[in-house]
Design a protein around this ligand. Structure first.
Ligand SMILES: *Cc1c(COP(=O)(O)O)cnc(C)c1O
Length: 345
């Protein structure tokens, strides 16, 4: 059988030979002494790309999100975020366990309005309420189907937060995709926020690593929190070199992933067994529902696997497919054809 067409996630990519060569040749040192030249270069490069004073490498996007909560909020605080946010759904309760905050999800389809945000802020002045101190936006939004958060609304929400003395955090694990899809730079997308997190292990194809960028003062606190959570590394240049290679060589090609996701989604949306709003397919993620009468998600995922197509069951009747560096335009069309045969008999 041909190798599987793996659409489970953009994290399944393997480093290319050129990325492995960059990793093998990377100058390294002890990053806990600030002596890893490749990590230092990556942090400087990303601070500039994201338009912030300083930046810090972290082992994963989950740790970046946890550290951001510990920098910007206190235990008992309330954090407003999008419905089905990564922070609430995919970090095994980390926001509560590691940072002691409670998340309040607002809006619809991964985005929310300034009015949604303002309505969720608890009143001040009465000691029964949790203080709402942070707003967190996910761009692009994973469970929302990879949608890009409208930037004008981002600006209004962050301005409203600032006026009220609240902090703002951008979970930009897939900010690179948002930049390519919107035609805005990463720095422009990150500008309204106090802190921004980005991932190297998704569309950029690196084997691991994320990064936080923000003011020098915030990054200094993040440094300590990373160490406290056990995420401080030593000869980290091997990972940083992969990230630099991804930024240089895999960033503009994200447009290919977006085109492939669109082609896959269009082929599926034509099936009566599939419920899919093509307006949500803006980047490299396709989230679709199975119509009444069609098999459920677990059944479709198992049947597709037997045919060499790997997908994720996101809910009982919801499936996610993600395009990336290791799937071609031809493969996504093939995958859609196989899925339609399975669904329509
Ligand atoms: C993947 C992802 C993360 C976490 O990244 P890991 O490296 O898997 O821990 C955080 N936020 C979003 C939106 C993600 O998609």
């Amino acid at each position: 059988m041909a190798p599987a067409i793996d659409l489970r996630s953009d994290t399944v990519t393997r480093p290319t030979p050129a990325m492995r060569a960059a990793m093998a040749e990377a100058p390294v040192g002890d990053d806990q002494y600030g002596e890893d030249p490749t990590t230092n270069a990556l942090q400087q490069r990303c601070a500039a790309l994201l338009g912030k004073e300083d930046a810090l490498w972290l082992p994963s996007g989950t740790m970046a999100n946890q550290v951001a909560l510990r920098v910007l909020a206190r235990p008992g605080d309330e954090v407003v975020t999008s419905r089905e946010s990564h922070a609430g759904w995919h970090e095994t309760g980390g926001a509560a366990a590691n940072s002691g905050v409670q998340l309040v999800e607002v809006g619809r389809g991964g985005v929310f309005t300034t009015e949604d945000f303002l309505a969720a802020i608890k009143p001040h002045g009465l000691p029964v309420f949790a203080p709402t101190t942070l707003v967190q936006i996910e761009n692009t939004h994973n469970r929302g189907g990879g949608v890009v958060f409208p930037q004008a609304e981002v600006e209004r929400i962050c301005a409203a937060a600032r006026e009220r003395g609240m902090a703002s955090y951008l979970d930009g694990a897939r900010l690179w995709n948002a930049a390519v899809a919107s035609g805005r730079s990463e720095a422009e997308l990150a500008a309204p926020f106090d802190l921004v997190g980005v991932a190297f292990s998704k569309g950029l194809g690196a084997p691991g690593g994320s990064l936080l960028a923000g003011s020098r003062a915030h990054i200094a606190v993040a440094h300590r929190q990373r160490r406290m959570l056990g995420g401080a590394m030593r000869q980290n240049g091997i990972f940083a070199a992969a990230a630099l290679h991804g930024i240089d060589h895999h960033r503009s090609r994200l447009a290919d992933d977006h085109r492939n996701a669109r082609a896959f989604a269009q082929a599926l949306a034509a099936s009566p067994a599939v419920q899919l709003d093509l307006a949500t397919v803006q980047t490299n993620i396709v989230v679709f529902r199975l119509a009444p009468g069609a098999p459920d998600a677990a059944t479709l995922v198992a049947q597709a696997r037997a045919e060499g197509v790997l997908l994720n069951a996101f809910a009982a009747r919801t499936v996610r497919a993600v395009t990336h560096l290791d799937v071609s335009a031809g493969q996504v069309v093939q995958a859609a054809t196989i899925l339609r045969r399975l669904l329509e008999g």
